[in-house]
Design a protein around this ligand. Sequence first.
Ligand code: UFG
Length: 326
Amino acid sequence: MSILVVGGAGYIGSHMVKQLATSGADVITLDNLSHGYRDAVRYGEFIEGDLGDAALLDQVFSEHSIDAVMHFAAFIEVGESVVKPAKYYRNNFCNTQVLLDAMLKHDIGYFIFSSTAAIFGEPEYTPIDEKHRKHPINPYGHSKLMVEQLLSDYDNAYGLRSACLRYFNAAGADPDGELGERHVPETHLIPLILQAASGRRYDIKVFGNDYATDDGTCVRDYVHINDLCEAHSLALKYIQDNDTSVQYNLGNGKGFSVQQVIDSVREVSGKGFKVTHDARRPGDPAILVADSSLAMSELGWQPKHTELESIIETAWNWEINFLAKQ
Ligand code: UFG
């Protein structure tokens, strides 16, 4: 099987490329390196370019016999999407349509899409299953939901089969220590705490400790990156075998609070670091936990890293390796 991974130089994409390549697929990465890293693409062929470049896509699809496309090349900062919506709709929606139209032109029938819990907006109940109302509260979430709608219409009209995989909090790193999370700027909780533990950052700020949760800090569903990648491979096989399109919420079903994550990093790293209490971050729901039972029953997906420590260990390992190379 030959798979084009768009955004394969980024955090989730680079792990996907490794998993696909080591399981025997031919993998081609397309990435414009705006947020990804060339040295994160350690397997398969690399093409530098933009998913909105129709001429380039035409060339790539003419020169390679591609069976399926996996798409990870989105902007992901919720706060930035509020102040720069044009950037988000252009890349996350318009450019994705360019990619899909190029696929149609070349008769490529299978597409795996990185969607997000942000399409649900403020949770009306938890854990969140696929039936939950979809009501994004920021342009990032809207841009992803619009692609989901596009995919539904492209399935009906053109027979393009897709899987929309709605990640909750992707976390952790390649257990071999080869790949990890390298966002610039970094805004995600776990890498920020690890940077405080390793001395790369002065402190970690806790955004709000007066939420209606056990310890007052926000609860999230951290799902290990390799478990997420596994779900992509299973979803691709499923849509091919069943000639259908699917949508799944992907988390490990357990919520952990910001405070629990901080405690776990202390435990795993053995390091002390400064914790500062700060105001709530606008738009943060108190609790976001996935109900992934549909993906589990239909795909046979079973997350392996269900304990927070096991997720943190892989990420800490990456942080240490990364620092050693600086
Ligand atoms: N947090 C802190 N301090 C920080 C950073 C984060 O306390 O310095 C808290 C946040 O307030 C939140 C939790 O840690 O309660 C997790 O925050 P992240 O930024 O790591 O992740 P989010 O849950 O905000 O975002 C994730 C994805 C987004 C996606 C969203 C879906 O990273 O891409 O889930 O709701 F949009």
